[in-house]
Design a protein around this ligand. Structure first.
Ligand SMILES: [Zn+2]
Length: 309
């Protein structure tokens, strides 16, 4: 008797849930992803992959962390269009953005995989260790069938990627969030796709970047007319580019002041506590890492610029 009163037992799915494509504009979508650093809890599914159905084939920017996500993303794309997936762009050489290339490499016809020369070369050098690291973090099961697919070094700063009616302008920023960060900009749509350069309510990751270069890149990006930014999260420039820049500016001015006052690096966090950003995701431990990284960069620059005794 009791059994009839209980709600039906939910089916336990061994497979992960579907990828949802959020519609941003006509033909333009972004995958729903966790706004957080990659972890076992989110299976590394933290990149809101941009999908553009151009009328002349589909453009995919930053396909994601592994083949399993890539396969589900392809299924979601097939749900909205029968157009072939023609271009896959890798904005920068971080594993959670690029390792899902593996799923797209299985497609017939095979799409073109595109990146800046620096990103392609970094992926050639590092993807193997990045794959091993992500596998250690997320587990073998999640990373199954994920192989490294190196993009062509085809994207140059100032180039245009012509896709159907929309042309995307390519901007390549050297040493910003990473050693090379590619941005795609569609002026007629006022859309910026910026890879790892913009965060929303989350502490940015400066570990392999340059404070100076990243601030310069964001200054250039905030000057562009745009309504939508797709970075590590989706939002307006005021929700993404500007707060990311404000955080980096705050790091820069506080650390510069501390170095000029003769503060020792061992006390860095006391001088740059980042109180205004404590409610951002991944504040612990990312902010402390950023302070250490930025401190080294600014101290090097300060030593180079200091008049010799
Ligand atoms: Zn990144």
């Amino acid at each position: 008797m009791l059994a009839t009163l209980l709600p039906p037992t939910p089916t336990v799915h061994a497979e992960p849930t579907r990828v949802t494509l959020l519609r941003l504009q006509d033909g333009l979508y972004a995958a729903r992803a966790d706004n957080a650093e990659a972890s076992r809890a989110n299976a590394g599914e933290v990149v809101p992959t941009l999908v553009h159905v151009t009328g002349n084939g589909v453009l995919v920017v930053d396909p994601g962390p592994h083949a399993r996500w890539g396969d589900r993303l392809i299924a979601a794309i097939r749900h909205i269009t029968a157009e072939p997936i023609r271009w896959v762009v890798n904005t920068h050489a971080h594993p959670e953005h690029v390792l899902a290339n593996a799923a797209f490499a299985q497609l017939q016809p095979r799409p073109a995989f595109l990146a800046s020369a620096a990103t392609a070369s970094l992926m050639r050098q590092r993807c193997e260790s990045c794959l091993a690291r992500l596998t250690a973090m997320l587990g073998e099961r999640v990373m199954r069938a994920t192989q490294i697919v190196i993009p062509e070094p085809a994207l140059r700063d100032g180039d245009w990627l012509h896709t159907g009616k929309t042309a995307w302008q390519v901007h390549v920023h050297a040493a910003a969030h990473s050693a090379s960060d590619t941005v795609l900009y569609a002026p007629q749509r006022r859309v910026l796709c910026v890879g790892g350069l913009a965060y929303r309510q989350r502490v940015p990751d400066l570990q392999e970047g340059s404070l100076l270069g990243w601030r310069q890149a964001l200054h250039a990006l905030t000057a562009l007319p745009a309504g939508i930014v797709v970075g590590t999260a989706i939002g307006t420039p005021a929700q993404t580019l500007q707060p990311t820049l404000a955080y980096l500016d705050a790091l820069d001015s506080a650390i510069t002041h501390a170095i000029e006052s003769g503060v020792d690096a061992a006390h860095a966090l006391d001088y740059v506590p980042g109180n205004a950003y404590r409610d951002w995701r991944n504040f612990h431990p990312r902010h402390a890492f950023n302070v250490a990284r930025a401190w080294r960069e600014l101290e090097d620059r300060w030593m180079q610029n200091a008049p010799s005794a």
